[in-house]
Design a protein around this ligand. Structure first.
Ligand code: ADP
Ligand code: MG
Length: 327
């Protein structure tokens, strides 16, 4: 590079400015932070990224009766039907995680999540009969994704997919991809507990990501990690729980029992992509620290932290690769 070209490059690099925008999608707020050369470039990038997230919501939502996800559950019973690249990517990743977790993570959990959502509304536990009936309609082994042929097939009618524990992480990845195509190298997309980010902000070592920690006290405090080109997802107590007779049932369901989880865990997972981190955080909530962290240790590039709250007594467990250095 000639010295004048170097100077021009240096000027360009230093003129990147931070921009931020927020929009509601997928039942939550998506926040995008990015570094762009101009207001115009930033606004164009925001529009494209949010449009991509909206498209994914139209495809993957289980709240929208005519989403591709819901249409396929009706039309692809006992006969494979063509599915979009987005659906095949997300449902295919979910199916693989079901295999790895023995079904602790299960995207076919729709009949049970719908039952529990109705239970939260009327503030009453679902009956044992209703849970048994819903469980009979769940099970990832009755779902078939063909990654080569781009088809999806269900063994039975009445099955329902719920991408609630994986779609936000994937949408964050896809938004970053769109931003990169528009020349934005440094961005962070956050959908409540699901974050994905590309290169570090100009001149910095990483994006500052706060995670629960217990290292210095017996109550969690926030430790800041500096990370780039990856994803962080947190699953934990949400507003959607059901409190009955002093027991709190989580919106995360154990597919083996059909019941909302009653153990108070907050799980943070670091992985290369949101498509991995988001469902892993949910899977670890179901598996618990011991089995969950063993799974994380077996996945290259993944790390996790689990904080368990037992009546105010907190215990923390970490996977082998969880960053320990205070940044
Ligand atoms: P949040 O959506 O609150 O960030 P999660 O990523 O953990 O939290 O996703 C929870 C959602 O995933 C639930 O609301 C439900 O729609 C769905 N879900 C619940 N239990 C399971 C499970 N065992 N496997 C896959 N998805 C689940
Ligand atoms: Mg999740």
């Amino acid at each position: 590079m000639s010295s004048s070209a170097l100077l021009a490059f240096a000027l360009f690099a230093t003129t990147l400015q931070p921009y931020e925008a927020v929009e509601p999608h997928m039942g939550t707020l998506f926040r995008i932070k990015l570094y762009a050369a101009s207001e115009q470039q930033a606004q164009q990038a925001f529009r494209a990224a949010f449009a991509r997230i909206a498209q994914l919501d139209d495809e993957l939502s289980d709240y929208k009766p005519d989403s591709e996800l819901n249409r396929l559950a009706r039309s692809a019973v006992k006969r494979p039907q063509p599915a979009s690249e987005d659906l095949v990517r997300v449902v295919g990743a979910a199916e693989q995680l079901s295999e790895k977790t023995d079904g602790a993570f299960d995207i076919t959990i729709g009949p049970l999540t719908h039952l529990w959502r109705a239970a939260v509304k009327v503030h009453q536990l679902p009956s044992a009969e209703a849970i048994a009936a819903a469980r009979a309609k769940c099970g990832f082994r009755k779902l078939h994704v063909n990654l080569q042929a781009h088809t999806i097939c269900f063994d039975e009618s009445g099955m329902q997919l719920d991408a609630g524990a994986i779609a936000k992480g994937d949408a964050a990845d896809q938004a970053l991809f769109v931003l990169k195509q528009l020349g934005i190298q440094s961005a962070l997309v956050a959908a409540s507990g699901d974050l994905a980010f590309s290169d570090a902000p100009p001149g910095e070592a990483g994006w500052k990501i706060g995670v629960d920690s217990l290292d210095r006290a017996d109550a969690p405090f926030t430790r800041v990690l500096l990370l780039a080109n990856g994803a962080v997802s947190t699953s934990g107590p949400s507003e959607q729980h059901l409190d009955i007779n002093g027991v709190r049932y989580s919106h995360i369901i154990d597919p083996r029992t059909g019941m909302g989880l009653t153990r108070d865990l907050t799980v943070t997972v670091i992985a290369a992509h949101g498509l991995a981190a988001d469902p892993l955080a949910t899977a670890l909530s179901v598996l618990g620290p011991e089995r969950g962290l063993a799974l994380i240790d077996s996945i290259p590039g993944a790390a996790a932290l689990v904080v368990q709250d037992e009546n105010g007594r907190h215990t923390l467990s970490k996977s082998k690769r969880f960053p320990t250095v205070e940044q």
